[in-house]
Design a protein around this ligand. Structure first.
Ligand code: G1P
Length: 290
């Protein structure tokens, strides 16, 4: 059976980034760099590798820098070309979004992740789509979303990225109630947003990558609040369980929670080490700190 292709991806980028103040006082947290490119570019590149054609940013106040980043910069390119810096020209070009690929909508108030996704409903339309949270980076050649597309092509329905976390940490994540397990694919029987360790149905957490059917938008439209008094995406996903296939993929690759300062620093070390230009130098520098 063939399933409708995943052509669109939503990037919720309206968050305030309070954990990174004062760095994020006037700069969006999604522009913080991991190695040589901002967080948002890492996730856009991951989406591109997965075949995404339309990139939908849900932005907010003071987030204009994000759209600028993906724009054509003719003066910069000319200057680099005239100086013979062709490697840099290539890097700048790789960060450009072609005409007709970038779509923007705004979330006027921070009412939760579910609400942010609902704000993109017109742009999503009536087709299955992906969501990538720029706080979550996965270092892997194929990319996390591309692995999920493979799972979706096999199973259809909804697919989320999942990973095991310590029980003490369940209250930071969406947690899966696990059904049948087939290798690295788990049937999702239930979903709970940020349960306490005593109440968590498992220790399998939701990582910020989703392939969802558009029905989720109908559930989100009820604007029901959940954990933290926010409109949670997890609660609306839970309402779709039983309607059709719903699976969690234990993806290959290392995950970094760049929404925390420690995860952000670790990601910078890991991406630096993985960089063919500077990896060996980063390894040498680290020897000074062990
Ligand atoms: C969001 C989701 C949560 C998920 C997490 C992954 O939480 O609500 O279910 O586990 O992203 O990063 P947030 O990090 O926005 O609190």
């Amino acid at each position: 059976m063939t399933h409708k292709p995943i052509r669109k991806a939503v990037f919720p980028v309206a968050g305030l980034g309070t954990r990174f103040l004062p760095a994020t006082k006037s700069m969006p947290k999604e522009m913080l760099p991991i190695n040589d490119r901002p967080l948002i570019q890492h996730v856009v590149e991951e989406a591109r590798k997965a075949g995404i054609e339309e990139f939908i940013f849900v932005t907010g106040r003071q987030k204009e820098m994000l759209e600028e980043h993906f724009d054509f910069q003719p003066e910069l390119e000319q200057t680099l070309e005239s100086r013979g810096k062709n490697d840099m020209v290539a890097k700048v070009r790789a960060s450009e979004m072609k005409a007709g690929q970038l779509f923007l909508t705004r979330q006027p108030k921070p009412l939760g992740l579910g609400h942010a996704i609902w704000c993109a409903k017109k742009l999503i339309g009536d087709e299955p789509f992906a969501i990538l949270l720029p706080d979550d980076l996965v270092l892997h050649d194929q990319g996390c979303l591309s692995q999920m597309v493979d799972t979706y092509n096999e199973k259809g329905g909804n697919v989320i990225a999942v990973k095991e976390v310590p029980r003490a940490d369940t209250s930071k994540y969406g947690i899966v109630d696990i059904g049948a397990v087939e290798g690295n694919i788990t049937e999702v029987k239930g979903l709970v947003e940020k349960p306490s360790p005593e109440d968590a149905p498992s220790t399998l957490s939701v990582v910020g990558r989703y392939i969802l059917q558009p029905d989720v938008l109908d559930h989100l439209a009820a604007f029901e609040t959940g954990a933290g008094n926010e409109i949670q995406l997890t609660d609306s996903m839970a309402k779709m369980i039983g309607d059709r296939a719903f699976h969690g993929l234990k993806f290959a690759g290392q995950h970094y929670d760049c929404g925390s300062r420690l995860g952000f620093i670790e990601a910078n070390i890991a991406y630096g080490l993985a960089d063919t230009e500077i990896g060996d130098n980063v390894r040498d520098i680290l020897k000074n700190y062990s």
